[in-house]
Design a protein around this ligand. Structure first.
Ligand SMILES: [Zn+2]
Length: 145
């Protein structure tokens, strides 16, 4: 097994203690179908087409490339990518509590014009995380995304 490529700038999301038991329940259900990532204590955020993503219980988001491209797995250092994958996990695994790991909306933020602040786009029963705001539902004016 190829070790995870470490990144000293890896994102570390703060997981509130009250969220841990819920994530453990989700993890237990997921282990029935998917092995997770070897050697790491994670909950799955996404698997399917493309690389899989996992949230480690220490707050790292880990990209699992091995089954997809064969490239080494790596710790995500891009905050927007980490938030996006958290939002995908919340939506895909019906675990809205995951959204509590996302940054709080600052007072200067504006509601995302694409998703109207819902963080999701699509049609009923086929919702996708908004790619414009990365699942936050808001944006900071003047900040390039
Ligand atoms: Zn949006």
């Amino acid at each position: 097994m190829t070790p995870i490529r470490r990144d000293r700038n890896a994102i570390r999301l703060l997981i509130p203690p009250e969220v841990i038991p819920i994530l453990r329940e989700l993890q237990a259900k997921q282990r029935l179908r998917e092995p997770g990532i070897e050697g790491e204590d994670v909950v799955d955020l996404y698997y399917g087409m493309g690389p899989a993503y996992h949230l480690a219980f220490d707050g790292r988001v880990i990209c699992d490339e091995t089954d997809w491209s064969g490239d080494p797995n790596y710790e995500v250092a891009d905050a927007k990518k980490a938030w996006y994958m958290i939002a995908i996990g919340a939506n895909g695994f019906d675990c809205p509590l995951l959204r509590s790991l996302l940054p709080k909306r600052p007072p200067t933020a504006v509601t995302c014009i694409f998703c109207q602040g819902t963080a999701l786009v699509g049609i009923p029963n086929q919702w996708f995380v908004c790619p414009l705001c990365d699942g936050l539902g808001w944006r900071i004016p003047g900040v390039a995304y």
